[in-house]
Design a protein around this ligand. Structure first.
Ligand code: HEM
Length: 465
């Protein structure tokens, strides 16, 4: 089935994946790389990605393995994760900013970071995030209302990314961050743009080293971030200020091995890791959700009815359980448009899966976008059908084919928080507003940067209910 056929199958105007037609199967790595000139979205032009169990290519003596089958996902991510580390692609984009924090570290350092962080995300602890989330959702509703009054369509990407950045800023630093919010937004835009500059050399694993030799621009941005965060972190370390927030939890945590508090550098790397990883994924999961809802008024109305039944004052992880239908919609949106659209891993030693030999240094790609639309894994893969995530239709065996939050020991630590955040945003906005597509500014193209986004924003008409 080619892209045109896949697009006919879909029930809404599907953004274009590619301007160029799909080439024949069995392309060489060089042909694939030439597709990547236009960005990572080129990866998904390969018809085989939607039909095969895995694809193996070799280049310069190195194997490139694309994983499209749940048994192989299970083998690498769940049964044998110790043999694979994050690929250089992820390292290249994240490490210059997040240092030795949980996002970019490996081995012992990562294990320590993960162990430290896990208690902050236990389900019963997540409720403390509800208040900054609800406040940010209310602020977004106020901003959206003002913009909607102009009668023009609005770019949801601006509003929803603003929402998720505000949530993480307030959760980590309470009101201490408020005076810096404007500057922070500007710096983050630049950091995200730099993180998004992924080229052929990065995919081949050389970019990391090249960027380490020319770090000038990154250093300047890092310094500006430090100028904002360091004084806030120092006040907490000195005990001059105490707050009931995420940074306080980081500062108060003792290292299990040494019994000592984290160093200031460790606290900074930890805080910045959350700042960089979370907001884009949350923001774009919401953008795609509202994009799909704007094209499906019947589904939107059913979700709005559920949202209006929900009491938004003081929500908890338990009370949010009643937003069952909204959650199926969010998951289905993340299936069709996974914000984190691909993962890479690198084999530390040789491995074998059936007949497939995986030599040391092989680069393994998990193209989540393609796994989520794979013809062997999903019925009507391109159809927007939230009910496939309903309790009655979901099967236990399905869990590895839905990879939006990854799988195995490095799966998204913030998954429950993301569920809380996206449910509150959807309930707050859907209970107040109706969303319709802007026929003059349809989403035409996807852009796969570090997150998957509509290339020129997502313009919708918003009206009060
Ligand atoms: C819809 C929202 C989100 C999506 C789709 C998402 C997805 C992901 C994915 C795919 C990974 C990669 C795991 C791997 O390499 O195997 C990841 C890692 C991570 N996520 Fe999320 N995420 C979301 C929200 C959040 C939030 C709200 C937080 C915390 C505030 C968060 C914190 C992290 C961290 C710290 C990691 C690194 C975990 C590790 O390496 O051990 N994420 N996320």
């Amino acid at each position: 089935m080619n892209i045109e056929a896949r697009q006919r199958d879909i029930t809404l105007p599907e953004p274009q994946l590619a301007q160029i037609p799909i080439t024949a199967n069995g392309r060489s790595v060089l042909e694939v790389l030439s597709d990547l000139k236009g960005g990572l979205v080129g990866l998904y032009r390969d018809q085989q990605f939607y039909e095969e169990d895995y694809i193996v290519r070799s280049f310069l003596g190195r194997k490139f393995i694309t994983v499209l089958n749940t048994s192989l996902i299970e083998h690498i991510l769940l049964k044998n994760p110790g043999n694979y580390q994050r690929g250089t692609l992820e390292k290249t984009t994240v490490q210059p900013w997040a240092g030795d924090g949980i996002l970019a570290s490996e081995g012992k350092t990562w294990k320590k970071q993960r162990k430290l962080s896990e208690p902050w995300f236990f389900r019963h602890k997540i409720d403390q995030f509800a208040s900054p989330i609800t406040e940010s959702a209310l602020q977004t509703a106020i901003d959206l209302d003002a913009a909607a009054k102009s009668g023009e369509s609005v770019n949801l990407a601006e509003f929803l990314l603003g929402f998720s950045r505000r949530v993480i800023a307030r959760s980590l630093f309470s009101a201490d961050i408020e005076p810096h919010f404007g500057e922070l937004r500007e710096i983050l835009d630049q950091v995200q743009q730099r993180m998004a500059r992924i080229g052929v050399l990065d995919v081949l694993g050389f970019g990391y080293h090249l960027r380490r030799w020319s770090p000038g621009e990154a250093q300047k941005l890092n310094q500006r971030l430090r100028n904002i965060f360091d004084p806030i972190i120092t006040e907490r370390f000195d005990g001059r200020v105490r707050r009931n927030d995420f940074l306080q939890a980081i500062v108060d945590t003792n290292d299990a091995e040494s019994g000592k508090r984290l160093s200031r550098k460790q606290a900074y790397d930890t805080a910045i890791s959350y700042f960089l990883g979370a907001p884009e994924a949350v923001g774009f999961s919401l953008v795609w959700t509202f994009y799909l809802l704007s094209h499906h008024p019947d589904i939107q109305e059913r979700a709005a009815a559920e949202a209006q039944e929900f009491t938004l004052a003081d929500p908890t992880i338990k009370s949010l359980g009643s937003l069952e239908y909204c959650w199926t919609i969010l998951q289905e949106a993340m299936r069709l448009y996974p914000p984190v659209h691909s993962l890479t891993r690198e084999a530390l030693g040789p491995d074998q899966f059936g007949d497939l030999k995986i030599p040391k240094r092989s680069l393994v790609l998990f193209p989540i976008y393609a796994i989520h639309r794979h013809s062997k894994l999903w019925e009507n893969p391109n159809r927007f059908d939230p009910d496939r995530f309903s309790k009655s239709r979901r099967k236990q065996s399905d869990h590895l084919k839905f990879m939006a939050f990854s799988a195995g020991p490095r799966f998204c630590i913030g998954r429950s928080l993301a569920e809380m955040e996206t449910k509150i945003a959807v309930a707050s906005l859907l209970s107040r507003f109706r969303f319709e597509p802007d026929p003059d500014r349809p989403v035409r193209e996807l852009e796969a940067r570090s997150t998957l986004r509509p290339k020129d924003g997502c313009h919708v008409r918003v009206s009060r209910r």
